[in-house]
Design a binder for this molecule. Structure first.
Ligand code: ACM
Length: 686
């Protein structure tokens, strides 16, 4: 009897070994549209055959889809029996409409992936690989139906500030395509270096692609100049035409379209130093903006774009368009002549003239213009698509006027921001964008009507690289945040769940590291500034503040209430808790406590982050008054502002005892830092 029960126990144990661990969450990232578990399981083993009868080109994409798995990949024309993964292109799949949709059946009868396109097959395979990895080849029976929320799911890599090799780009394509991204935008040109070979203008790569500072920061703090490629100290690089062809083809096989960005009319210091005759003043090293009055500018831009279009088959060509100073245009005789002849009333319209003309050129060549949201200034070109980075307003305005838009607002999509407490991180440009905030983003503003919402094509994260000198560092800024964005881009909002994603990402990060990606270790996240999470009670909460000098409208936080709303700021001056002061280089406010009150302390925290010109005050004066006319100085604090690489916070306050109804808080900027901004979150009165 004992023997029988032992045998029975062993048999049960064996059964447990051959069937997979039962799951309730399918564990595919990005979360799919729907799934239902079935009975039994499928085991992907050395005898499993992959069956696909498609064109040679489709076969290449299918083979690429399997290229990143460690499970056996063996193709066959047909296989009797159930041990096969069958892939099939079909004309329709019930319940989905996107051309990138797929269905995935896993059962004891085998695996079947059906899709409307090669991309759909690619994504079905990525989901299958994830299922197989979780069960070490044993996959619980399941039927998955899936399609993306958005047709545009992008990442932008800035390869100008620090050049990245084609192998680095290809390595990112491997991972990004696994998480179902389909666009890779390369920021190929900027003041810090031109990165693409153009036969007609060899100085772009012999000279404008090279500088002496290894890091952007050294270069920026140095002469901001360029040097010959042959200079022994030259730093930089560029993609040859063959490099570009290789990356474009590699991306295509991974169902990713590479979108090139060629900056105009600004961010072009490197071009205008190599070819100074294209700027208004013809002075090398002094200009960022092309001269829009000069026909040679258009000759140059069209020549460059012609060679760019030969290399990149993408529908979109990104023409930058951001942050033009336009100042030289105001006095340049050629620009002024152009404005007169074309009836352009200001320099915004002159910029718009250039964008319209470039759009016509791209359209004539069967391409579409994509640009940063400043291309709205002076009138948007008729077929342009707007990439909204200064918040969402640009995207909203574009959608309202019948244009497509891609959302990439700094607050959610700028992966050059700190992803954890700045003191625990490598130096970044500023900001604070933790994983959960990326995940929380909804790229479709509620304010748009259902029809206008359709104009939002998707979402993109940008990895600007001023403070990202190495490949490892760029991966660190990308992952895992890019994976959170993949779910924003792919998954229907009602299917998103932070709790589910949180559990999955904790498992994914060690996998990324095992594959050689330098992901941030999210499991050790510190989180936001502790003050941010604790409202503070004090005597001035809810009390009126009079601004003797207005706060800076660019950073209005919670407006006039900010300094007395009981809410403290976090790591980021952009978190709507920090009020900015830039006018007259000072803050000067009066709080009315409504009645004479005994007070013991008055204090405020200031933030400093030197990169974006945020500085501590050089002097703080705190005074009090019972009648609002005669003030007594409580304290005057001098502070020596020190430039550094960190994000720091400092309290400036008074302690003592006095009776007061009015409290005046003044903070002065150091004369050395007059262009800077002060940020204050709360004036705490106790
Ligand atoms: C940008 O960040 N200047 C597009």
């Amino acid at each position: 009897m004992k023997k029988i029960s032992l045998l029975f126990f062993i048999a049960c144990a064996m059964l447990l070994v051959v069937s997979c661990t039962k799951k309730t969450d399918v564990g595919i990232t990005p979360e799919p549209l729907s799934y239902s578990f079935g009975k039994g399981s499928f085991e992907w083993n050395k005898d499993t055959r992959i069956i696909f009868n498609g064109s040679k080109d489709a076969q290449t994409i299918v083979e690429t889809a399997f290229s990143e798995t460690s499970f056996p990949v063996s193709f066959a024309a047909a296989q009797p029996g159930n041990n096969c993964i069958q892939l099939e292109l079909t004309d329709s799949i019930s319940g989905v409409t996107s051309p990138e949709a797929y269905s995935l059946h896993v059962g004891e009868d085998g695996v079947k992936i059906q899709a409307l396109s090669e991309a759909g097959l690619f994504y079905g395979v990525q989901s299958l690989i994830q299922l197989a990895e979780q069960g070490e080849g044993c996959i619980q029976s399941v039927d998955v139906l899936d399609e993306p929320r958005f047709p545009y799911r992008g990442i932008m890599l800035d390869v100008s500030r620090h050049f990245r090799s084609k192998d680095f780009v290809k390595k990112q394509i491997d991972l990004l395509s696994h998480y179902k991204f389909n666009r890779l935008h390369l920021h190929l040109t900027d003041a810090a270096g031109w990165r693409i070979a153009i036969d007609k203008y060899p100085r772009l790569t012999q000279f404008a692609a090279w500088r002496k500072g290894k890091t952007w920061k050294e270069w920026w703090n140095g002469d901001r100049g360029y040097c010959e490629e042959t200079d022994p100290e030259a730093q930089g690089g560029y993609y040859t035409k063959d490099d570009i062809r290789e990356m474009v083809e590699y991306a295509r096989q991974h169902c990713i379209t590479i979108i090139p960005e060629i900056e105009m009319p600004s961010h072009s210091d490197e071009v205008l130093t190599a070819y100074p005759e294209l700027s208004c003043t013809h002075e090398p090293g002094k200009q960022s903006d092309f001269c829009v009055g000069n026909e040679k500018t258009f000759e140059f831009l069209e020549d460059v774009l012609t060679e760019v279009m030969e290399l990149f088959p993408s529908e979109y060509i990104h023409i930058g368009g951001d942050e033009a100073a336009k100042s030289a245009w105001k006095t340049c005789p050629l620009c002024q002549k152009r404005m007169k002849e074309e009836g352009l009333k200001d320099v915004d319209e002159l910029q718009s003239y250039l964008i319209h003309r470039i759009e016509r050129f791209l359209n004539e060549h069967g391409r579409s213009l994509l640009g940063w949201d400043e291309i709205l200034q002076g009138g948007l070109a008729p077929n342009a698509t707007v990439m909204s980075w200064r918040g969402e307003q640009g995207g909203i305005d574009a959608a309202l006027s019948g244009h497509h838009a891609i959302m990439t607002p700094g607050e959610y999509c700028y992966f050059d921001s700190y992803q954890d407490a700045p003191y625990s991180q490598p130096e970044a440009i500023g900001g604070y964008l933790p994983l959960s905030k990326v995940y929380s983003y909804n790229p479709v503003p509620d304010s748009l009507s259902a029809d206008n919402q359709k104009m939002i094509l998707g979402v993109q994260a940008n990895v600007w690289a001023e403070y990202i000198p190495t490949d490892e560092h760029m991966e660190y800024m990308l992952y895992p945040r890019a994976i959170a964005l993949s779910e924003v881009a792919w998954t229907a909002p009602e299917r998103k769940s932070w709790d589910s994603f949180h559990d999955r990402i904790l498992k994914i990060i060690p996998q990324l590291k095992a594959k050689g990606y330098n992901a941030f270790d999210y499991a050790k996240e510190i989180g936001n500034r502790k003050e941010y999470n604790q409202p503070v009670e004090h005597l001035a909460v809810g009390k009126k503040v009079t601004f003797n000098i207005p706060y800076w409208p660019n950073y209005p936080a919670n407006g006039e209430k900010t300094l007395t709303d009981g809410l403290r700021g976090g790591w980021n001056y952009n978190d709507k808790r920090w009020l900015g002061f830039a006018e007259n280089h000072r803050m000067d406010v009066v709080i009315d406590l409504e009645k004479v009150t005994k007070i013991h302390s008055v204090s405020a925290d200031f933030m400093q982050i030197c990169g974006p010109y945020v500085f501590m005050p050089s002097e703080v004066v705190i005074s009090s008054s019972v009648d609002g006319k005669d003030y007594t100085q409580l304290t005057a604090i001098k502070h020596q502002v020190q430039k550094d690489d960190s994000v720091s916070f400092k309290k400036f306050g008074w302690e003592g005892e006095t009776d007061a109804r009015y409290i005046r808080y003044q903070a002065m900027a150091d004369s050395l830092y007059k262009d800077g901004i002060q940020f204050v979150d709360e004036i705490i009165v106790k």
